[in-house]
Design a protein around this ligand. Sequence first.
Ligand SMILES: [Zn+2]
Length: 246
Amino acid sequence: MRCGGSTRRFLEVRSSPLIESPWKRPICSLNSRRHEIGVHVHPREFGHEHDQLAELPPDRQRELIAQTRFEIADAVGTEPVSFRAGRHSASRETLRVLANLGFAVDASLNVRYDEYLPKDISERSEPFELNGITEIPVTHGELPTMSRCGVRALAERPVTTTAATLRADRWGCRGLTAFMHLAKTFKFISFYMHPYDATNYHDLENCGEMYRERMEKVIERLDNNSVQFVTAENISDLMDDGFDNI
Ligand SMILES: [Zn+2]
């Protein structure tokens, strides 16, 4: 698993509830050493009026998560073990539901979404264990103020290693520059994306081909820095040994 001398790692979860045609084929083609398909749930897609999974009764959360996992497994042939809540809407109940369903990894924690979990959990940035589940929070940090990203550094606190950051050009600072700064700053970074980031499905800023080009540059530059890519499913094995010993 080791690549070069670096112990920095790049964790990637690719998730989607959008498993119906025309998504099925592209999702299936994502299966590879570097990509992992996880379960991702937006209650609105199941007819709910709001999109806050954490606000649904635990039984209903369980139903939506289990159904999505079943449909993804049916489409790709492997059962996902990782989860991320739509809009990062996860509570302690959500985490209990995931543990009961046998999930190994949750990637719902994001410092920008702190309504449903205490700050000592929602503000974390590196992987940790919580009630038998490996939590992989969204990596977050700050940009250098003395750089061409200075204005963005003041305006965006914190900056997250998300597809949205990679796509967004702000105040003279390209998304790729901002993303790469964070990727090189930390020992570990986590990353996930929706299929729509890489397509023109929602007509987002710098989505589709532009996004794919940026993603390729990220992978290429990290590869040049001897970074190790690890899927979410495999991170718990590494944690058992202790990150620094690998
Ligand atoms: Zn989503």
